[in-house]
Design a binder for this molecule. Structure first.
Ligand code: ADP
Ligand code: MG
Length: 481
């Protein structure tokens, strides 16, 4: 039997507001436990929530970016359940009337094909507190700092058919919320989280299979692994005569498996009702249009522009635009490098990325500014330095030794292009190695390419890497004949 996988994702993105969704308490991550939850976040008697206008604007931004309908009237509802990290006994969310209605985005797969994924809705809600297990023996701590942090929950249609599609969709949403600067996207800190709903069905069947919901997925890698594991598990259950049970399962990255966490609640278990403390949110068309006009260029548009304007490959453009800061950095490099796009792309995606990854820092904290990198690329382009020497210059820039021009000057790294000087180097090396010259001359043409490397190596060493490699090669070939 051939099986088809069906996946729908629920993404929770924390909105990057300074204060909480219904109170003035700070949302800064990492404060001492229970120092950033106020009476409203705790739901103490007699307090009243007040909606944070910025959270509304951010939700509208998201909705317009995914071409969704923005509701002219949306309503906050109470979702009632008990949990130690929710002392109020209910979470303020949206139920029947969410702020963002149906939308869609396009994803691109590794084989180059494209697919549209539907977004069912996106609604505003408050985050809960956090249970803390580390550092307590036989007890669980409760940290309520996170309580009341604004979230947008983005619910997809069950449109994805593989873990690859699910990850592509997730990365696309991740990139969009960061472009819009409505969420910092930090998965380790829990600012961007995802539950994956997974089911399987016989290929060709219309009706959906029973799904399970996977939780505790805080990296792209874990999400992919959890989905893969779950697909296999469900197929095995069905093929051995069993039935998939609708439930919530927890992914354990250490064992790479999913386990039952709880049976699935139905919406009516939550006894949703409109929150009597909050007014409906009414948004007029002008507000929506004003926000739409202010939208930044989004990843897809930027990618297409990079292809057209800079002549970059689809792959390079995709990588460079996956992150807005990186895309903006790249454009500044190109500017500073007099429009030299391909070299700039190589350096941003190559050496610079490697340095950032190694020190685990963001491109906004790069030790080398875009102007400095562009300045160095200009010197590769005008033949002042070779690509190899550039690596040395780049390292020096990373160490704060100044601009490319200063480093080239101070360390005497200017490339030797004077034909006379290069000829002298070539002659010296040929004279010093008569055996290798003979070997070269007797070798068949297809072997000579490799043998010439010996001479090039010697010459580069003698010139401390400064001889222009192209000139050296040309002259060598001529003289060795
Ligand atoms: P809840 O999880 O709150 O009960 P929904 O019924 O809205 O909410 O579904 C949540 C997610 O599950 C959606 O992203 C939806 O696309 C997905 N989903 C629903 N049914 C299936 C299914 N049979 N297989 C896979 N995903 C599904
Ligand atoms: Mg769910």
């Amino acid at each position: 039997m051939e099986w088809e996988t069906v996946i729908g994702l629920e993404i929770h993105a924390q909105l990057a507001t300074k204060s909480k969704i219904f109170s003035g308490a700070s949302t800064t991550y990492g404060a001492e436990a229970n120092t950033q939850a106020c009476a409203v976040d705790l739901g103490l008697p007699g307090v009243l929530p007040v909606i944070n206008q910025q959270a509304i604007e951010m939700a509208i931004k998201f909705g317009t970016a995914v071409n969704a309908h923005i509701a002219d009237k949306s309503v906050f509802a109470r979702k009632n359940y008990f949990y130690p990290d929710l002392p109020k006994g209910y979470q303020i969310s949206q139920f029947e009337l969410p702020i963002v209605g149906h939308g869609e985005i396009e994803i691109q797969l590794t084989d180059g094909s494209k697919k549209i994924i539907g977004i069912t809705r996106a609604h505003l809600e408050e985050d809960a507190g956090k249970s803390v297990h580390d550092g307590f023996f036989d007890n669980t701590g409760v940290d309520l700092n996170r309580a009341g942090t604004p979230l947008i929950e983005i619910v997809s249609e069950p449109d994805m058919r593989s873990s690859e599609e699910a990850i592509a969709y997730l990365k696309k949403i991740h990139s969009i919320v960061r472009y819009l600067k409505i969420c910092d996207g930090n998965m380790q800190e829990g600012s961007f989280r995802c539950d994956a709903n997974v089911s399987v069905r016989p290929k060709g069947q219309d009706e959906l299979g029973t799904r399970t919901e996977l939780k505790n997925l805080n990296s792209f890698k874990y999400i992919e692994q959890a989905i893969e594991f779950e697909i296999e598990r469900q197929i095995e259950v069905i093929e051995s005569g069993g039935k998939v049970v609708q439930e919530t399962r927890l992914y354990d990255p250490n064992k790479n498996e999913t386990r039952t966490m709880r049976s699935k609640e139905e919406a009516n278990d939550y006894r949703y009702f409109p929150d009597p403390d909050l007014l409906p949110v009414c948004i007029d068309q002008e507000t929506i249009e004003a926000i739409r006009k202010e939208l930044p260029e989004l990843p897809e548009a930027k990618r297409d522009r990079f292809i057209k304007e800079f002549g970059l490959s689809e792959y390079d453009s995709d990588v460079l635009t996956s992150n807005r800061d990186q895309a903006e950095y790249f454009e500044s490099v190109v500017n500073a490098a007099n429009g030299e796009a391909k070299l700039s792309a190589n350096w941003v995606m190559g050496e610079l990325s490697a340095v950032l990854n190694k020190s685990n820092i963001d491109i906004t904290q790069s030790p080398v500014s875009a102007e400095m990198l562009g300045g160095m690329i200009k010197r590769i382009k005008d033949n002042t330095i070779s690509g190899n020497i550039a690596k040395q210059v780049f390292e020096a820039m990373c160490n704060g030794e100044g601009s490319a021009d200063e480093i080239i000057d101070n360390q005497g790294l200017k490339q030797v292009t004077d034909p006379g000087a290069i000829e002298k180097l070539v002659d010296d090396v040929i004279d010093a190695n008569p055996d290798q010259v003979k070997q070269y001359q007797q070798a068949p043409a297809e072997k000579q390419g490799k043998l010439i490397g010996f001479f090039v190596g010697q010459i580069m060493k003698k010139s401390q890497g400064k001889a222009n490699p192209q000139q050296v090669n040309e002259l060598l070939q001529e003289k060795l004949k």
